[in-house]
Every structure is written in structure tokens, then in C-alpha cells.
Ligand binder design. Structure first.
Ligand SMILES: Nc1nc2c(ncn2[C@@H]2O[C@H](COP(=O)(O)OP(=O)(O)OP(=O)(O)O)[C@@H](O)[C@H]2O)c(=O)[nH]1
Ligand SMILES: [Mg+2]
Length: 265
């Protein structure tokens, strides 16, 4: 099967591109998938801000039975707002499998575009319009810290250094056609997600971010990167730790050795 690799980088000031949003692809059903683990203090304001981006945007929270009751807050909100959905998982836990479950549910809900983003305000809704706009010419759009106009704000320099090193390592090994291959702020078109063999994806943790890029590339996806400013989480605590970082070193080797989870046509 042939592989088409095409990258386009949308340059410019992310604040300005985010505001020029008249051409948000309003007729496309767009669902933002938010995996959550203990995001009770972030989730409602974030949902509110997201719903303001477009009245055609819906939100799907995938919560793994967070001890702080994030799922309960979202369940209550979902009873009064048809644009809010909750996938409450009680038997599984993990950022990777939550993402996969969220994408599958978004497709079942009829999404034309699926957005994936963190629920801690690191991925601000003000960039969503420019990401969605770029999906007119790309199957996968990355909210990127590593193109002109993008970056990180208010972060511990050690975390920024880890991001840079991880991207260097992953790009060297996986030869991915994007600069920011650890960004979890992305937009996927339905057609490319329909090529995924969801049962065959293997990453249960954050490596799912790269596994989805590898899978999309094998399915012939066109990629684009749009600048974003990644900010420190507003409330709650990070799930990132040295164990996750070490697991991240091994993850690309598994991807290199395995077959991408693409359905045969
Ligand atoms: N459903 C689910 N979501 C998770 C799990 N672990 C993390 N998340 C969510 O995944 C997103 C990213 O997790 P973070 O803890 O912010 O990790 P990170 O962004 O790599 O680390 P920081 O940059 O320090 O914030 C957040 O929205 C979390 O709530 C999990 O086990 N299950
Ligand atoms: Mg985070």
C-alpha cells in the first residue's frame, strides 16, 4: 500500500489565526474528545469555553471513574446539554485506551471531525478554529509547539527540555512527517479514522499519541501543523512521572517492530 506523506505548516501568530474564525467548518459535526483523570476543577469552565467556539461543536468526556468525581460533574451537565457527552469507564484506566474509546464513541455519534485535547487547559480552545480550518487540506492537523508562532508558556524549563528531547528521539526513530509528534491537541477527519483497525492499536498510555500518527501515515494521511501555545495546567496534578517517561523510551521500538493498525481496503 502506498504511503502519502505531505506536511504543510501553517505559520503566523496563533492568537491572530485563532481569532480569524469565520470559516470554521460549521456544517461538519465536530466532537472534541477530552480524556480526564481527576480534572474536577478544570472540566466545567473548559466545556463552557469549548461550546462557545461554535454551536456545532460537541464535547465527549472520557473519564475513568476519577476519585475526585469529574465524571459526576460531567454527567450532571450532560443531562441539561445535548452537546455534552460522557463516557464513564469503570473497568479500564489509561490515557491511551481512554483516547481510543473516545474516538470510537465519537465516530458512533456521527462525527465528521474528531478533536482530541487534554482537559487541563494546556490545550486552549482559542486555537481550535485554526486547527479545524487547516483540516480542509489535511486529514490530521497537529496543534504544534514546534512550528513558528508555537511554543510553551509558564512551564518548568525541565518539562520543555523533555518535550524537545522526546520529539527529537521520536522523529529520528519513527521518521514521522510532523515536528511536534508528542502533541495531544489534534484534529482527525472521519475518513482517516475509518481506516483504523481500532482493536489492533496497542498503546495503553501516552504513546497512543504516536501510534495514531504512525497508523494515520500508513493509511495515507496528509498532515498539517498549526501553531499553539501550550500552557501549564490550571488546576489539579499532572499524571506525568518518570515511569511514564521511561515507558515512552521503549514505545517507539514496539511501533517500529509491529504492523500499523490499518484496516485493509
Ligand atoms: N481517562 C483518562 N484520562 C487520563 C488518564 N491519565 C491522564 N488523563 C488525562 O489526559 C490528559 C493529559 O494528562 P496530564 O496528566 O495532563 O499529563 P501531561 O499533559 O502529559 O502532563 P503535564 O504536561 O504535566 O500536564 C489530561 O486531560 C488528563 O486528565 C487516565 O488514566 N484516564
Ligand atoms: Mg497536561
Amino acid at each position: 500500500m502506498g504511503t502519502v506523506e505531505k506536511v504543510s505548516v501553517v505559520r503566523g501568530d496563533p492568537k491572530r489565526t485563532a481569532l480569524r474564525g469565520r470559516d470554521f467548518r460549521l456544517r461538519m459535526k465536530t466532537i472534541a474528545v477530552l480524556p480526564t483523570w481527576n480534572e474536577a476543577d478544570n472540566i466545567l469552565p473548559l466545556i463552557d469555553e469549548l461550546l462557545l467556539v461554535s454551536r456545532h461543536l460537541e464535547v465527549l468526556v472520557v473519564d475513568d471513574n476519577s476519585p475526585d468525581g469529574t465524571w459526576r460533574i460531567v454527567a450532571e451537565r450532560a443531562t441539561t446539554d445535548k452537546r455534552v457527552h460522557l463516557l464513564h469507564r469503570t473497568t479500564e484506566r489509561g490515557r491511551g485506551s481512554a483516547g481510543i474509546a473516545g474516538f470510537r464513541r465519537a465516530l458512533d455519534l456521527g462525527a465528521d471531525l474528531v478533536v482530541e485535547m487534554d482537559a487541563d487547559w494546556s490545550h486552549h480552545p482559542r486555537f481550535l478554529r485554526s486547527l479545524v480550518r487547516a483540516s480542509r487540506k489535511a486529514d490530521v492537523v497537529i496543534g504544534s509547539r514546534l512550528v513558528r508562532g508555537g511554543g510553551e508558556r509558564g512551564r518548568n524549563p525541565a518539562r520543555t527540555a523533555i518535550t524537545l528531547a522526546a520529539n527529537l528521539y521520536l522523529r529520528l526513530l519513527l521518521r514521522l512527517p510532523v515536528r511536534d509528534c508528542t502533541s495531544g491537541y489534534r484534529v482527525f477527519r472521519r475518513a482517516i479514522l475509518e481506516r483504523f483497525d481500532w482493536d489492533a492499536l496497542r498503546s495503553t498510555g501516552p504513546a497512543i499519541v504516536q501510534e495514531m500518527l504512525v497508523t494515520a501515515r500508513a493509511a495515507g494521511a496528509r498532515f498539517a501543523e498549526v501553531p499553539i501555545l501550550f500552557e501549564e495546567r490550571r488546576a489539579g496534578t499532572s499524571t506525568f512521572n518518570s515511569k511514564i517517561m521511561l515507558a515512552g523510551l521503549g514505545a517507539p521500538w514496539r511501533l517500529l517492530l509491529g504492523r500499523p493498525a490499518v484496516r485493509m481496503l
